[in-house]
Design a protein. Structure first.
Length: 249
């Protein structure tokens, strides 16, 4: 069941989302060669708690950390570790969620570690642009898969593939609510978009094939062919006059 939110509820989600945005902004300045993903995680947890919020991921279905940090061919759900030292040329996807007054916010970015190869730069640029194009379709009266199709069409027109095993989602009083929002599909399909719907739109894009494999930790998903992957995400609200990006300051 898709839960429509009141403006007051959307404002509460916005508070959680602004803390998410602040965390990601701060981490942008921290990512460099020699930093461990554990250091990023510890910073994020301190930041979130100091802001009066709670980490949304830590303890969720047993997940052990505050951030998901996915490096290079890791697609999503990479677990921060003291052993994961970022190196020049890596790319790292950072996904974070918060809870404020019982409402959730969620966003992700992919960041370069020092100087990266042109193919990695292009992957990041295409993935972020696919998110922008998906958000542009988040208009009241459109269909859910209009968002999906916009992402898929742009990604595949650039020679990349969208991950199919993992999807975006509704969000509100729970981290994952209906509807599921795949990054592929035919336009004109799916539920009608209505004001009050709040969605986490999150393209996950691979340079190679779309298939993923979950590693032995039961969390970290990697590309099956070892190719690079990027991930960008915003939480948005469907409003009468267009989408409101709640995780954008």
């Amino acid at each position: 069941m898709i839960i429509l939110k009141s403006l007051q509820e959307i404002e509460k989600i916005r508070k959680a989302c602004l803390i998410v945005a602040d965390v990601l902004e701060s981490i942008c300045g921290m990512v460099r060669p020699g930093v461990t993903t554990q250091e990023l995680d510890e910073f994020a947890e301190r930041f979130i708690l100091a802001a009066g919020a709670k980490p949304a991921f830590k303890g969720y279905r047993g997940y052990p950390k505050t951030l998901c940090t996915s490096v290079n061919n890791e697609v999503i759900h990479g677990i921060p570790s003291q052993n994961a030292v970022l190196k020049e040329g890596d790319i790292v996807s950072v996904d974070v969620g918060t809870i404020v007054d019982g409402f959730y916010g969620d966003a992700a970015i992919t960041l370069p570690v020092g100087a990266i190869k042109p193919e990695a730069e292009r992957l990041m640029r295409v993935t972020e642009e696919s998110l922008r194009r998906g958000i542009a379709q988040a208009q009241a009266g459109n269909r859910l898969y209009d968002i999906s199709h916009a992402v898929q069409d742009y990604v595949e027109s650039n020679g990349y593939s969208v991950v199919r095993e993992f999807v975006g989602h509704g969000i509100g009083r729970s981290l994952h609510e209906d509807p599921q929002l795949p990054n592929f599909g035919a336009s004109g399909q799916g539920p009608r978009l209505k004001p009050g719907m709040v969605l986490a739109i999150e393209p996950m894009v691979n340079i190679g094939g779309s298939a993923t494999v979950t590693q032995e930790d039961n969390w970290t998903a990697v590309t099956a062919d070892g190719s690079l992957s990027a991930h960008f995400e915003h939480t948005i609200a469907i409003m009468p006059d267009g989408p409101w990006i709640l995780t954008k300051k």
